[in-house]
Design a protein around this ligand. Structure first.
Ligand SMILES: *Cc1c(COP(=O)(O)O)cnc(C)c1O
Length: 515
């Protein structure tokens, strides 16, 4: 049996149990109960439906057991409907109707669940839609490495065992100026591993202004607790000073942690302590410890989050410093995501001084959280693209979408409008290009309004709400747009040239089935 069939079987069993429960409860001797039982008895047996022509045809393509499960599901649904109470003139569906429904249901079950969608929402690093899309080079690298065996842990140079870290470490060091690097499953994993290695059983000092929650249940205090580091909160929500750290540093302090408040910004009477100042505090403490012959050092670790690798006015303007900047300011370790502003696959990259990265490589968590070959291939190819900054800006979709001139976006919106108008009658839908705002998304650049152009569709036939549902649920690939009160917006900034005809076909297909 296939996986989906197994899953279907499990729901089927659950439903069967629920049905018999409901049956038992309803097994009263009232007339109503009798009428219900009459209806239930009128339903065809599974075997009878299985013999229907429609099902017979599908038997060539789908396993017998799988089809049986689909028929059972449909029959169970009908039973549930009847038991929940139906009108007196209710007629049970015919075998033909049940067979048809079962076929539709079976075909639904074999559809892949994780699949490509068109993002017309204008949210660039859309967390629900898989954050960054990979550049062409990364997709090709994944294809190549999954064709068969690979050099994942083999060196053709030494003709012996190699390390999976080697494919990316040199590249990351070149791009960031770091001494050493390692990448794990995601940045949350990176934070956990760094805390576990350096602050387990010790104290880590963090500003109250940086105790943030970052999307999908990543909370700094929880990660601290998980890694057995004792969190020492200093300062206040809006202001933390150098003295707050100095007053709390002691022989049990292992780390000064700085967390980038990726997804929110505080304005007004605000102050935090810079990396440079944190490094000064750590250096003074380490000098004191050296004199006293204490081996353990205090390290400065920045959870930078978003992962900016290139100098760019756009990032600077939005208060994002590069990884190179952080290292230059004297931070010992920095970690960041691979799929946010960097624009690669999901990963957590840790860079810093070699003595520290070497320790991380030996941590058992490094093995548990290690990257697989597909991610490594995508990450290596993405990083390689960065070797030529100008190329990176064009080739890496996330960078292109974030920094594209609005005039270029407008051209794409104009083209989309034309494509729509060729496919869809203006009597049914009117299209207008309007100036709008895109979002970076993914908990990055929260205050940044990115000027964009959308095609706004007003539905004279059907409704915007229905069209939006149709585009998501009935189109292949699903089309995710932006629904407002009366219109559907298609944001040209997150669209690809290849998407334009798909959008036009989708809207046309919706219109053609409106009664
Ligand atoms: C996004 C983010 C994380 C979590 O990273 P993932 O790659 O999503 O696991 C942690 N810290 C900061 C500051 C972030 O911005």
């Amino acid at each position: 049996m296939t996986k989906t069939a197994e899953a279907a079987k499990a729901t089927e069993n659950k439903k069967a149990a629920a049905t018999s429960n409901a049956n038992a409860k309803k097994a009263t001797t009232t007339n109503k109960g009798n009428a219900l039982n009459e209806l239930l008895r009128g339903l065809p047996q599974v075997d009878e439906v299985m013999k229907h022509q429609n099902i017979e045809t599908l038997k060539h393509a789908l396993a017998h057991d799988f089809l049986r499960t689909a028929v059972r599901d449909v029959l169970d649904d009908i039973r549930q409907t009847i038991l929940a109470g139906v009108d007196e003139d209710y007629k049970i569906p015919t075998t033909e109707e049940i067979a048809h429904k079962s076929c539709v249901h079976a075909l639904q079950l074999i559809k892949p669940s994780l699949r490509h969608v068109v993002n017309a929402s204008g949210v660039i690093i859309h967390t629900n839609l898989g954050r960054s899309t990979l550049c062409k080079e990364a997709i090709e690298a994944v294809n190549d490495v999954t064709k068969g065996y690979s050099t994942l842990e083999y060196s053709t140079k030494t003709m012996s065992r190699g390390s999976r870290h080697d494919h990316i470490e040199q590249l990351i060091c070149t791009l960031t100026g770091a001494e050493a690097a390692i990448a794990v499953n995601n940045n949350a994993a990176a934070v956990m591993m760094v805390l576990n290695e350096f602050a387990k059983g010790y104290e880590a000092i963090v500003s109250r202004g940086e105790l943030v929650e970052i999307g999908g249940s990543f909370r700094v205090p929880d990660i601290m607790a998980m890694s057995n580091a004792k969190m020492v909160e200093v300062g206040t929500t809006n202001k933390t000073h150098v003295e707050d750290y100095e007053r709390n540093i002691n022989e049990n302090t292992a780390m000064l942690l700085k967390v980038h408040p990726s997804n929110y910004r505080m304005e007004g009477f605000v102050e935090d302590v810079s990396i440079k100042d944190l490094q000064k505090i750590a250096t003074a403490e380490n000098a004191r410890r050296k004199k006293e012959g204490v081996k353990n050092k205090v390290i400065v670790y920045e959870d930078q989050g978003s992962g900016v690798l290139i100098e760019d006015e756009f990032f600077k303007k939005n208060g994002e410093h590069t990884i190179t900047d952080a290292l230059k300011l004297g931070v010992d370790i920095v970690s960041f995501s691979g799929d946010k502003l960097l624009g690669g696959p999901q990963a957590g990259i840790i860079v810093g001084r070699k003595e520290f990265i070497d320790r991380l490589k030996k941590n058992p968590l490094a093995r548990a959280l290690r990257l697989d070959k597909m991610t490594l291939a995508a990450l290596e190819a993405t990083l390689r693209t960065y070797l030529n900054e100008e190329e990176a800006r064009v080739k890496i979709p996330t960078l292109r979408m974030l920094t594209e001139d609005a005039a270029v976006t407008k051209k794409r919106a104009d083209k989309l409008k034309k494509t729509f108008e060729k496919e869809v009658s203006s009597d049914d839908v009117t299209f207008k290009v309007i100036s709008e705002i895109s979002r970076a998304g993914g908990g990055s650049l929260p205050m940044c309004d990115i000027p964009t152009y959308c095609v706004c569709a007003t539905f004279n036939k059907g409704t915007a709400e229905e069209a939006d549902r149709y585009l998501i649920q009935e189109c292949e690939p699903p089309i995710i747009a932006r629904l407002t009160k009366d219109c559907v917006y298609f944001d040209a900034r997150t669209l690809d040239e290849d998407d334009l005809p798909l959008l036009a076909k989708g809207v046309q297909s919706y219109i053609s089935q409106v009664k």
